[in-house]
Design a protein around this ligand. Structure first.
Ligand code: SAM
Length: 299
């Protein structure tokens, strides 16, 4: 008996509704992978402009063309601010892009904790440029819920990167206050957490609510921005969290050669926030405008 869906080779278009009324679409050259795991539908399609595109439950996670915008900006602001990031934990990130950036630096060990082993398998098979990353002797791949792993793990880390999906399903917990308190408890002195935080335009309520609790947990909690052309609505937010490291005071940056987006000038620029966001964060409350809608998804 077949346990997985056959490839829908007739699919001609992949659409992501980013709000009820707008979104992004890709014409489909080939369907490379289309299976339902225990957690989600995993699709990898090929598009003429963006190359291979990974979708989870219909939401774009990464594309061959613009993945470096996101992965470099999630990983290198935190990694470059730490003088010796020896032990690094990535939660989520089964596509391997964040891990690839981490192992560009002389880390001792990097753990990647992904809840869905099928995401890792699909990406290992269809994103051939990541094969070497997954084989790196310093990388340990753990298939587990990041929230459960953090309760059990005895290690402590210099940098923790949260490369989660949006706050729906098993990822919901990775956006909550209790989880960040646990992350803080697993940081070595001088440690830094960086987390993907959602769309600048669509998730304002979530930034305000999250920033309020993150500021209670960490001495320094900053939001920073970067473009990701295929994410809603093109500008993405990230949290930079530490008790010791304040981005504005970092003088020496440790940046590997060969990056395509991140550099010394991008670092301070990324922490400059537009007025409407800065004002909203300063109020420190959420619920002042419309309540947050269900993040990304169809109508
Ligand atoms: N940056 C991407 C975005 O915002 O679209 C996220 C990419 S990455 C593929 C997200 C991964 O987090 C998914 O593979 C998903 O399976 C994983 N994930 C979701 N909840 C998780 C959890 N509780 N523990 C570990 N991994 C989780």
């Amino acid at each position: 008996m077949k346990t997985t869906r056959a490839l829908n080779t007739k699919k001609t278009e992949a659409r992501e509704f980013q709000t009820r009324a707008s979104g992004i679409f890709f014409t489909v050259k080939d369907v490379l992978y289309d299976k339902r795991s225990k957690f989600q539908r995993i699709e990898i399609i090929r598009n003429k402009d963006y190359g291979r595109v990974l979708l989870l439950d219909g939401l774009v996670q990464t594309t061959e063309r613009d993945e470096f915008y996101y992965h470099e900006m999630l990983v290198h602001p935190a990694m470059s601010s730490h003088p010796r990031p020896a032990k690094v934990l990535i939660i989520g990130g089964g596509d391997g892009g964040a891990l690839r950036e981490v192992v560009k630096l002389p880390v001792k060990k990097a753990w990647l904790v992904e809840i869905d082993g099928q995401v890792i398998e699909a990406c290992r098979e269809h994103f051939p440029w990541l094969r070497r990353t997954f084989k790196d002797a310093r990388a340990e791949l753990v298939v587990a819920d990041g929230n459960v792993f953090i309760d059990k793990v005895r290690e402590t880390f210099d940098v923790i990167l949260v490369d989660s999906s949006d706050p729906v399903g098993p990822s919901t917990v990775l956006h909550q206050e209790a989880f960040y308190r646990k992350l803080k408890a697993k940081l070595n002195p001088g440690g830094i957490v960086a987390a993907q935080a959602g769309s600048l335009m669509l998730h304002l309520d979530s930034h305000a609510r999250k920033s309020a609790f993150l500021r209670r947990i960490f001495r320094h909690a900053s939001l920073y921005l970067g473009p990701v052309p295929t994410y809603p609505v093109g500008t993405w937010c990230y949290d930079f969290l530490s008790d010791k490291v304040a981005p504005a005071k970092v003088r020496t940056l440790y940046i590997p050669d060969g990056l395509r987006y991140f550099n010394r000038e991008v670092y301070p620029a990324a922490f400059a926030l537009p007025n409407f966001l800065a004002e909203r964060l300063a109020k420190g409350k959420w619920g002042l405008s419309r309540p947050a809608r269900k993040p990304r998804g169809g109508p």
